[in-house]
Design a protein around this ligand. Structure first.
Ligand SMILES: [Zn+2]
Ligand SMILES: [Zn+2]
Length: 343
């Protein structure tokens, strides 16, 4: 029995890959696929037959990629957070399922409670069409609708507007894949780093090469030329960052027992010094086999560090070199929109 797993890259873009009236060195404005937001299908097969099909996030262009690709409705959607560039296509997928099953069957969506509430506030009509499956921090659950995956969510900080934002870990009996979603920093307990150690693939938010915390995204390196040292801008921001601010978007006080207990353990082991605030700091801790970089912008690198926004192949070369300097030997991929990657 041959089991395989693949990721289909529906899009690799940040919220607005190319602003209207402008160009961007990384994205091809003449290729509609390259104007899509970062979203992925995780597909498991056995002897050529699909056994699981999960859609991870669904922003601009996801449905177009699905229709022009396999033209299949994924088994479920799993959302990292509620921002528009991760949820704009949810309605089209859900409505496709609703029509297919004679307006009787609800479509499964897995996410945390704050993200679900944000989704329903943004798209109120979906409440009657979705079968909501709640994710709680650090709790592993099987995906009933898209076997053979198990899913664990881990909270992240992605600014005040990203209530309940999380990383998503998908596991089968053979492989582990982590989707970070957008984040400024993961909110992981010590035991979670052990759980994530050596994952087969991390799909990571690579918004900028260098830190500019006000974007609510982390950066690849700490500063130009010294990848493992935090820049002045980052240190100044961290000095003003407190526990309340980082954890309020998860509302741990208002949440259930599981979430409260997760955040209590996190607080007991909390240290700004050991907490990762760059991709490299995170990779040092989890040592993944491969890393896929998506959601690139580079705008702040250019505006605040006078460093160029790179085309895709140059970004891939730069991250590979920079990671080597930092002593990280993971393999780095900057994918193309539409690319299929075997895990
Ligand atoms: Zn985003
Ligand atoms: Zn976001």
């Amino acid at each position: 029995m041959e089991k395989t797993q693949q990721i289909i890259v529906h899009g690799r873009g940040n919220a607005w890959p190319v602003l209207l009236g402008e160009t961007h060195p990384f994205y091809d404005r003449t290729d509609p696929r390259d104007l899509s937001n970062a979203a992925f299908s995780l597909v498991a097969s056995e002897n050529g037959k699909i056994t699981g099909d999960v859609l991870v996030d669904a922003g601009h262009g996801t449905v177009q990629s699905l229709i022009t690709g396999s033209n299949r409705i994924p088994g479920c959607i799993c959302l990292t957070h509620g921002h528009m560039d991760h949820t704009l296509s949810v309605d089209w997928v859900v409505q496709s399922f609703w029509q297919r099953y004679n307006r009787e069957k609800r479509y499964p969506v897995y996410t945390t409670a704050p993200v679900y509430h944000f989704l329903i506030r943004s798209y109120p009509h979906l409440e009657d069409l979705i079968e909501y499956r709640e994710l709680s921090p650090g709790i592993t659950q099987p995906l009933d609708h898209a076997m053979p995956f198990k899913l664990t969510s881990y909270p992240v900080y992605h600014g005040k507007s990203a209530a309940g934002a999380s990383m998503l870990l998908f596991e089968t009996d053979q492989k582990r894949v982590l989707f970070t979603g957008d984040l400024f920093s993961p909110l992981l307990r010590l035991e979670d780093y052990h759980q994530l150690k050596g994952v087969d693939l991390v799909v990571v938010d690579a918004n900028n090469r260098f830190p500019w915390p006000r974007t609510n995204h982390w950066s690849f390196a700490g500063q130009p030329g010294k990848p493992m040292e935090r820049s002045e801008a980052l240190n100044a921001f961290l000095d003003s960052l407190d526990w309340e601010e980082l954890t309020t978007p998860h509302g741990p006080e208002a949440c259930g027992k599981t979430t409260r207990s997760y955040f209590k353990t996190l607080r007991d082991g909390w240290s700004i010094l050991h907490q990762p605030f760059t991709i490299l700091e995170f990779l040092k801790k989890i040592e993944p086999r491969r890393v896929m970089l998506v959601h690139y912008s580079g705008t702040e690198d250019s505006a605040y560090y006078n460093e160029p926004i790179l085309p895709a192949h140059e970004l891939q070369d730069w991250v590979t070199r920079t990671a080597q300097i930092a002593g990280i030997d993971s393999h780095f991929i900057v994918p193309e929109a539409g690319q299929i990657i075997s895990i």
